[in-house]
Unconditional design. Structure first.
Length: 141
């Protein structure tokens, strides 16, 4: 980008010839830092969740898996670290390297996390009746 000064405020020209203000560049840098921070945080917490799940299940009883095909937290932990943590890590690395495919991987990582949370909620909800306590109809007087 080539910086220029016009009318008292700084502008830059990007590789395609468009003028970009410094405020826009600052917002882009902020979004980049937030993206890197969130994806790295998600990747680290996925690994931490995997390390604890096979042994103690983060304090959850194995009976929470009664409606699933799992009898322990080992495989859910492996899926968590490989699918969720892996895509988050790939997204973070590509974002740090400023690759053009980084936004796609950030979206894939986000979607994988949403799917993980949805499936986990459905499996746990089905075995512990959480839905019954939240879906009561309130009678109107």
């Amino acid at each position: 980008m080539t910086p220029t000064r016009r009318a008292g405020f700084a502008k830059s020209t990007d590789s395609q010839g468009y003028e970009v203000t410094m405020k826009t560049l600052a917002l882009i840098r902020l979004a980049w830092r937030i993206t890197v921070g969130v994806t790295l945080f998600n990747a680290v917490t996925a690994v931490a969740g995997c390390c604890d799940r096979p042994h103690r299940g983060l304090g959850m009883p194995a009976s929470m898996l009664s409606n699933s095909s799992f009898d322990s937290f080992l495989w859910p932990g492996i899926i968590l670290v490989v699918i969720v943590g892996g895509t988050q890590l790939v997204a973070a690395v590509l974002t740090i390297a400023r690759q053009s495919s980084a936004p796609l991987w950030v979206a894939v990582a986000g979607c994988s996390m949403v799917i993980w949370i949805f499936v986990e909620t459905v499996l746990i909800e089905g075995s512990h009746g959480c839905r019954d306590s939240t879906s009561r109809q309130v009678s109107s007087s």
